[in-house]
Design a protein around this ligand. Structure first.
Ligand code: ATP
Ligand code: MG
Length: 386
């Protein structure tokens, strides 16, 4: 090993000749502290999360399918906050979510809100498309004194609003700026201050502190490049054999390239995590189908209607087949479920063919134009038979 002595490289003396370093930084020899010598010291495992954070991570993974890197980035920031090690003068974490449409960018923030506060809407959400003119910014920060409407405008990003959803267990706020590429220059200036110093000056010159906020930004930049990769013109289709990791790398490269051309470097540099979401393939869409079916049952339960629904395998397969669209993520699948299941269920309830307490079978036979519903039992009959 070599080291620099007085500007030149000097050969290190053999270990035996070197004076023994008397003590560690604490001023005490490890042996004096009663600690094990380094060779035998048990290895620590910094990759392990706290139990509570681990639970949050698995709840997020159950709600957001196929986006583990994004979920892990959120839980990592959450762990730093939970351990009390977050920097006091920056937001708790800032995330830029990019990538194909309908793949869970907004859904991840909503799922985080649901896991923490029991409500998917428990956040401050700023739809940047609504702030494409600079005068609209007063809705966020209020107007300066003396301006028309100064008293009436309650700024959305006021200190009171920022703590509105906080609880004792979760003393932080989620702030989501959706579709940031549509923001105007004044919104950009606000964002830069928020990301850098966790500070925002309102119209009345009061400062608001955003250091207890997780800041999420989503953008669709590069969506044209993404669809060129995922659904290219005939003859350029990705080889079915191309590994998914390679498709994702191409999408990621194209999106980040576009992001660097769209957003100023001082903005991108202030963001802790830039994540390109993965496209959803058959396996993920299948898992989302099952999640969405449970959500439909939950809608019925919320109305106090208990209907047990049995789906045949071919019904599930055909629903999935019709809803699969590798370019547009989960939205087409959700539309198919609304049309093929929710609408007919609504009609069956309205015409009192179903009143609650039934068991029904849902099938979609080959050649049938639509899903078929059959009453297998009413709860009373089912109970008597058992
Ligand atoms: N990865 C996923 N896991 C579970 N559900 C998903 C996932 N992706 C999308 N969904 C479902 O599809 C809906 C739409 O997804 P979401 O709003 O998150 O899309 P997005 O990525 O924000 O797209 P856009 O860029 O167009 O805003 C969600 O509300 C959710 O029900
Ligand atoms: Mg979105």
């Amino acid at each position: 090993m070599h080291r620099l002595v007085e500007g030149r490289v000097a050969k290190r003396r053999p270990a035996a000749e070197r004076p023994r370093r008397a003590a560690s930084r604490s001023g005490m020899d490890p042996a004096e502290r009663g600690g094990a010598p380094a060779a035998e010291a048990p290895r620590l495992r910094p990759e392990r999360l706290g139990d509570h954070v681990e639970a949050v991570r698995s709840q997020l993974r159950a709600r957001v399918v196929g986006q583990d890197a994004a979920v892990d980035a959120v839980t990592e920031a959450f762990q730093i906050h939970s351990s009390g090690l977050a920097s006091p003068d920056r937001p708790l974490g800032s995330f830029l979510f990019l990538g194909p449409t309908g793949t869970g960018k907004t859904n991840l923030v909503e799922a985080f809100a649901e896991v923490c506060f029991g409500d998917r809407k428990a956040m401050l959400k700023i739809d940047c498309a609504e702030f494409s003119h600079s005068h609209e910014i007063s809705r966020l920060i209020g107007s300066p004194p003396g301006y028309l409407g100064h008293q009436e405008t309650q700024p959305y990003l006021s200190a009171a609003n920022l703590v509105r959803h906080q609880t004792e267990a979760c003393p932080f706020t989620l702030v989501l700026f959706d579709e940031i590429e549509k923001a105007n220059d004044s919104l950009w200036q606000l964002l830069l201050g928020i990301l850098d110093k966790a500070r925002l000056t309102l119209g009345n010159n009061k400062e608001v502190d955003l250091s207890s906020c997780f800041i999420f930004l989503t953008s669709n930049v590069g969506s044209r490049a993404v669809s060129d990769i995922l659904s290219p013109p005939l003859g350029f289709a990705p080889r079915a054999t191309e590994p998914e990791a390679s498709v994702h790398r191409r999408v990621e490269k194209a999106v980040l390239w576009r992001a660097r051309r769209t957003f100023p470097p001082e903005f991108l540099n202030r963001i802790d995590h830039r994540i390109v979401f993965h496209r959803l393939r058959d396996a993920q869409l299948d898992a989302i189908l099952r999640l969405e079916l449970r959500k439909i049952e939950a809608r019925l339960e919320r109305r106090g209607i208990a209907i047990a629904i049995d789906y045949s395998d071919r019904a599930l397969e055909r629903l999935l087949g019709e809803g699969t669209d590798l370019e547009h993520g989960a939205r087409p699948l959700k539309r198919v479920l609304e049309r093929r299941l929710v609408s007919p269920l609504a009609r069956l309830l309205a015409s009192r063919q179903l009143v609650g307490g039934e068991v029904i079978a849902v099938d979609w036979p080959e050649g049938a134009p639509d899903v078929e519903f059959a009453l297998t039992a009413t709860r009373r009959r089912a109970a008597a038979a058992s």
